[in-house]
Design a protein around this ligand. Sequence first.
Ligand code: AHM
Ligand code: MG
Length: 333
Amino acid sequence: MKRVSLTQYLVEEQRQNNKIPAELRLLIEVVARACKSISHAVGKGALGEVLGSAGSENVQGEVQKKLDVLSNEILLEANEWGGHLAAMASEEMETIHPIPHRYPKGEYMLLFDPLDGSSNIDVNVSIGTIFSVLKAPDGMQEPTEKDFLQPGTKQVAAGYAVYGPQTVLVLTTGDGVNCFTLDREMGSWVLTQRNMQIPADTKEFAINASNARHWYPPVKRYVDELLAGKTGARGKDFNMRWIASMVADVHRILNRGGIFMYPADAREPDKPGKLRLMYEANPMAFLVEQAGGAATNGKQRIMDIQPTKLHERVAVFLGSKNEVERVTGYHGE
Ligand code: AHM
Ligand code: MG
């Protein structure tokens, strides 16, 4: 079998479809290289003394794990000097990180959740990195947080890495979704799935059911119908899966369909969900839509939302199109 590397794939995309400018190609390769380093650190686990808490909190008041902090540093360092970026932003940093003046400044802006699924780090369950790429607004001088506040439709690339039994990188530049597997011996990313597609129908759903008592009526109605199975309104049985790492749940859905939900609920009526719009929901929505699925906040398409702040939260319903449309429809009734 002829192996196609990430580099070859990107070069060919640039040549054939003219989809990827050289600078964006470089950016993606650098992110992929950083993910390789993170994968290496994750793989060492206790032997690398990378497990456990870092003894600090991020801007969202969440306890940072050592690997959260380390992964953030790896991504910052890898992406600073290449000349392709103007600024970066991360779940683990309060505000944006402009490229230091000692390096040339590029036209892209990178956002990331350096290590998604933090609660799974110490128990050896799949975790990952999520990233989103935007273009700097025309005429931007010194980047500010405001320059990042673009809707998801403006993303030029998005992807995630999963550090699991295999390390994979799933990528879109707006021309379908492709999956690359890390060849650990060779240290290279090899194209292993082309044009991933999410079936429109599914019998699998993902939600943290321990929050059921707090759900709003549309979510409760929808999940109750799924749980009712064959004899209920839906007339078929559904299976439930919840990994508690969005990367891993989305990866399952890209491979065999399903719906993933993290709704807003009555615990904190002012909080529009748990997940973050700009570096979790938007990149996943871009990937899912590129694979033929759908992604909404229950009311509107996630990628149409105009962000008002960097760490904005959002309710998420994504995956198999017919299911996402159904639960979104319940919100409108
Ligand atoms: P994190 O970025 O701090 O890891 O939080 C996001 C994670 C998602 O990966 C996952 O879907 C969700 O939080 C799990 O939440 P819960 O702990 O409520 O199951
Ligand atoms: Mg996360």
